[in-house]
Design a protein around this ligand. Sequence first.
Ligand code: ATP
Ligand code: MG
Length: 332
Amino acid sequence: VLESSSSLHASITDKLSSQMVELFEACQQQPSDLERKEVCRARLQQDIQQIFPSARLYLTGSSMNGLGSRCSDADICLVIKGNKKPDALRVLGRLLKLFKTLSYVERNQLIRAKVPILRFREKGSDLEFDLNVNNTVGIRNTFLLRSYAYADLRVRPMILVIKKWARYNNINDASKGTLSSYTLVLMVLHYLQTLSEPVLPSLQRDYPESFNPLMDLDMVPEGPKHIPPYISRNQSSLGELLLGFLKYYATEFSWDKQVISVREARAFPKNNSKEWNNKFICVEEPFERNNVARAVHEKLKFDAIKAKFAESCRLLHERKELNSILPFRAII
Ligand code: ATP
Ligand code: MG
């Protein structure tokens, strides 16, 4: 029996879609996972206030933005108020010592990155924490991402599967010169914003007050609460969107000329600006407007990233299933 090319296409993408939903349901962060992180956050905040009385801890990243999986780490921003901006390394040095005395903390280490962090685990569990000092943009962008995550039902499964795909393919580690999860998420949002029938709008453009960069930090979680769901005319299935995403970055996006801007829901030209010129991948931070993909600075790593998009795109077009680009057992 001859199948028409469109029904053939539908049979692959339908299968892909149900595999994506299955994977999402098995992997997404559970309320009990978040509770554990929250209990630990509150306990740490109390202990840190013994040294820094004004200290407040905020959970950020995928624990809070709706894009977390059961094994996601807990990103924490420590905010210390005061007239003088505290030196992050000095603060973390003091916390390093304090944490050595805490019975529930283990494998406590200082990481001297551009944004230095203290990385540690909750004793006896596999829950990992990354704590930064006063990197408050992370609190703002967490709630921006959360608003995108819940703007359309397809966003969360789509992003969770793509994060798993990138991790399985070794292109999701900024410390090794590949993509941070944050960069990858912005790349997916950009794809969904720029389809001829968009799945997402620019929330910063449509609701500037909800994402005002000067808003008091304690108001940030409230900011987006009154945004209505986005009504998209795009009817594509998850499988079609995944195929489209891989194809977009494998063949359509112009890495050497374009900057990804989720803030503006478009790609804008590099225009000889210092921030963007001679960078392999340019993805604009929606609030600070700098490049979040700085970690990708080696040609070899950049080529490896592009090769993964091309290879996975080809495998799916050859009617392979999700298993061919992301073996289920490897990640659940
Ligand atoms: P995972 O589930 O893999 O841990 P994640 O969503 O927590 O993913 P990360 O890349 O670990 O993503 O980043 C954690 C948070 O730190 C982000 O949600 C964002 O708030 C903040 N962040 C990371 N990189 C940047 C950056 N370059 N500029 C501003 N904020 C950043
Ligand atoms: Mg994280």
